[in-house]
Design a protein around this ligand. Structure first.
Ligand SMILES: Cc1cc2nc3c(=O)[nH]c(=O)nc-3n(C[C@H](O)[C@H](O)[C@H](O)COP(=O)(O)OP(=O)(O)OC[C@H]3O[C@@H](n4cnc5c(N)ncnc54)[C@H](O)[C@@H]3O)c2cc1C
Length: 502
């Protein structure tokens, strides 16, 4: 149904989801006002913004961010001027061919679809600064910074569904909108406000059971990023996951994710000396953080309370409230390890644009937005939660050096390590399929269920470990006992604590 009038849009939050909402809706001509508690980025380039932007409302700003191919594709196809502005600001793109492991590279033949597998490489501060300046240049977008939204304006006809009309600001002002968007991030108070008004949005949530630790580095003058060697710059040691995130303008960051059960390591790792010693002990990371190549330019930032959460705004097709839409973390939170949050936010914002264009009926819009986001994003969300549960179990079992996994778990591990991983590492087609799923260009598991995949996996297993020896990755770091001994940490303390608490 065609729209009959240009609606006004008021958005809580000018983080990634608020900015993506403005990006998606600005070309529709609607007048869009973003209300943001934090101050705007300082004038100047990416360095000035990284050094000087205070963002108490988005504390993850100074953690490593990966921007998946799905997000880059959306920007490249729908907002090419934004992609140009990102390049101008120093953000880089890494083509699929440039990120191939050596075992795949030798046999790789490019196909046209590989072009959409490029990713954006940038600090989050740089990406956010550029999107913000880009949307602010639209005459119908206004970002009001330094305003704190403290409540909701809504009404309800007798026995009807709650209709949201706007926001209440802390200073008493009311800002109305025909459409009210919640892009207030992981801590958005929207659900509480709705509940107070008698409209409850059900949600499911699951702890990620990890904490994030990130430090930023700058390459020294005349130094380049190290060439890709036999050791990958990312890995999973069970008690520690780690990754180097190349970024813009000669910077990169290093993130370590520590399972919640690893209390001793969590306390120690925020110390710059310990963080540095861990880096030096990881063969894929050490060439990056070598003081002859790069120097740290930040403290070790820590972040906890990481959860995945899905808030349902139209359970069983019945809208909780009308004219209100959640975009970004206020709708779905994901484990940062998968690098999907910003892609989710951008996909949701553009789905909202499409839904608004298809119908002017508030009920139909709420239903369609819920159905569309579920259809596109839920497979990735469910897959992630399953993987997180398995990782949590592995980390807890890993505290006990005598732990013996049951046969079924051993079998599954063999299938993955000696089958899937080996087949992917030697077959460009499988590698491409796995990466397309990782980057959200295909459903997460479809490639694994194909008979051709299974045949290749079984063939890899049948060849045996000896014949496949060259395809196993080099050990990415010391095992837990060796690392704890090197750092002077008590390896048994967490298990003892866990047993005492049980
Ligand atoms: C440690 C960590 C690492 C991550 N790494 C990645 C990654 O690699 N790749 C990726 O894609 N995603 C990553 N994410 C997820 C990503 O950061 C989020 O998904 C994304 O920021 C969501 O955008 P948002 O706009 O919903 O929330 P935010 O970006 O958090 O923005 C919310 C905005 O709302 C404002 N706000 C909140 N309340 C109010 C109020 N009452 N009044 C006014 N303003 C308000 C805040 O100030 C903030 O600006 C990571 C997350 C974390 C925690």
């Amino acid at each position: 149904m065609p729209e009959t009038k240009l609606e006004s849009v008021v958005v809580l939050g000018a983080g990634i989801a608020g900015l993506c909402t403005a990006l998606a809706l600005a070309p529709t001509g609607r007048s869009i006002t973003l209300l943001e508690r934090d101050t705007p980025p300082p004038e100047g380039d990416a360095e000035a913004v990284f050094d000087g932007w205070r963002r108490r409302g988005a504390t993850q700003l100074r953690h490593s961010h990966a921007f998946l191919a799905r997000l880059r594709k959306l920007i490249a196809t729908e907002h090419p001027a934004l992609l140009a502005a990102l390049r101008e600001a120093g953000a880089r793109e890494l083509a699929f061919a440039d990120g191939l492991p050596p075992s795949v590279k030798a046999k790789y033949v490019a196909i046209p679809e590989d072009e959409e597998m490029a990713i954006i490489i940038s600090r989050r501060t740089t990406l956010e600064m550029v999107i913000r300046r880009h949307v602010e240049a639209s005459p119908n977008v206004t970002i009001r910074s330094g305003v704190f939204v403290s409540g909701l304006v809504s009404d309800r006809e007798a026995a009807g569904v709650l209709t949201v009309r706007g926001f209440q600001l802390q200073d008493g002002e009311t800002v109305f909108g025909d459409l009210v968007i919640d892009a207030g991030g992981r801590g958005s108070p929207m659900a509480d406000w709705l509940a107070e008004a008698g409209a409850t949005a059900p949600e499911t949530q699951q702890d990620c059971e990890i904490l994030y630790y990130t430090r930023f580095y700058e390459l020294l003058a005349g130094q380049d990023e190290p060439p890709r060697g036999p050791h990958a710059p990312n890995g999973d040691l069970g008690y520690l996951k780690f990754g180097v995130f190349p970024a813009d303008n000669g910077t990169f960051s290093l993130t370590m994710a520590v399972p919640e059960v690893e209390g001793e390591l969590r306390v120690a790792i925020v110390r710059p000396d310990i963080f540095g010693r861990i880096c030096a002990s990881l063969p894929g990371v050490a060439p990056w953080t070598d003081p002859a190549r790069a120097l740290p330019v930040s403290k070790v930032y820590a972040m906890g309370d990481l959860k995945s959460r899905w808030r349902e705004m139209a359970p069983e097709g019945k809208p909780v409230a009308l004219n209100v839409f959640c975009v970004g973390d206020s709708l779905v939170r994901t484990n940062p390890l998968y690098g999907r949050g910003c892609s989710f936010a951008a996909i949701e914002a553009h789905a909202l644009r499409d839904v608004l264009a298809e119908s002017a009926d508030p009920v139909a819009r709420a239903q369609a937005y819920s159905a569309r986001t579920r259809e596109v994003l839920e497979p990735f969300y469910d897959d992630m939660r399953g993987q997180d549960r398995a990782a949590g179990r592995r980390a807890a079992n890993g505290l006990d050096p005598d732990y013996q996994p049951p046969w079924r778990a051993r079998l599954m591990r063999r299938f993955i390590e000696d089958g899937v991983a080996i087949a992917v590492r030697q077959d460009p087609e499988l590698f491409r399929a796995a990466m397309r799923a990782f980057h959200m260009l295909e459903p997460p598991r479809a490639w694994l269920g194909k008979p051709a995949t299974l045949a290749k996996v079984l063939a890899a297993m049948a060849r045996g470990r000896k014949a496949n020896a060259h395809l196993y990755p080099e050990k990415s770091g010391p095992d837990r006992l060796a690392m704890f001994a090197a750092l002077g940490l008590a390896a048994g303390a967490d298990l003892a604590r866990l047993k005492a608490a049980a």
